[in-house]
Design a protein around this ligand. Sequence first.
Ligand SMILES: Nc1ncnc2c1ncn2[C@@H]1O[C@H](COP(=O)(O)OP(=O)(O)OP(=O)(O)O)[C@@H](O)[C@H]1O
Length: 299
Amino acid sequence: MTLQLENVTKRFGDFTAVDDLTLTVGEGTMYGFLGANGAGKTTTFRMILGLLNANEGKITWNNKKITYATSPEIGYLPEERGLYPKMKVEDQLIFLGQLRGMSKADAKSELKKWLERMEIPHYANKKVEELSKGNQQKIQVIASLMHNPRLLILDEPFSGLDPVNVEMLKKAILEFRNQGATIVFSSHRMDHVEELCEQLSIIDKGKQIVSGTLRDVKRSFGKQNVRIKSDNDLTLLDSIAGVTSVHKSIEGAVYQVESELVADALLTEALKAGPIRHFAIEEPSLQDIFIEKVGKEHA
Ligand SMILES: Nc1ncnc2c1ncn2[C@@H]1O[C@H](COP(=O)(O)OP(=O)(O)OP(=O)(O)O)[C@@H](O)[C@H]1O
């Protein structure tokens, strides 16, 4: 059960929102789809779901085009709210479950399970508009998962959720992954992507600028971070050749470096200033990679 996008392009008039995008997401894979605001993520999701037609290229799920007939296999969590504010939670979820091919009885029993799992069973008979933003997001999450889809397209799934609910949702998504579902999700939270995704793409102005496994993306970035905790003045370290950026904090600083030789030079210089409390060479974070790649493209 593979999702495949081949040379997909979407134009709105003269404007190209998605430009020649190719990617493959295999069964049991969690795929991070990253990009700055307006990069083309939601447009891509809408094309995958058949809500928008691509101008060029081909999109297939399990070697077939996604159509209304495929809809029971697909769970889509849109970024914008897609619930009826005046409708009761239970009625809403039954309605949405039925649209995904569930019987009324199945929808009823599944929604009950999910409301309990998400720790909001007492909201079943409330109108959606009476719920907080985060709880509305949980209802939307339930609507996208309750029919047990095999392909999950999640647009900013953690948006508006508190840390406890973020963990609850991560656990649920991971269970789907472990049962072999194919999952694509967008997020502006790089730490979530780093924690959950084996593979990822970064798109910028519709173009794919990075793609691959998390490990390969980090390796090919080429730079590392050196973290030093010290109570001494480390200003002299900022100008060492090969230091490409510096982030200072109360505890010390993190230096992005081009090689381990530069890390040696930083250690030597830091010790000249006095004792240090911590020294570590770390792999770059996805946040570092995103900021450098997307930032450079914008420059
Ligand atoms: N129906 C439309 N008509 C014209 N332009 C559109 C339309 N839909 C999207 N766009 C444009 O296409 C670009 C990509 O938008 P899209 O919503 O896919 O970005 P995104 O990556 O999801 O952004 P965000 O992170 O802000 O949600 C934007 O410049 C947007 O203005």
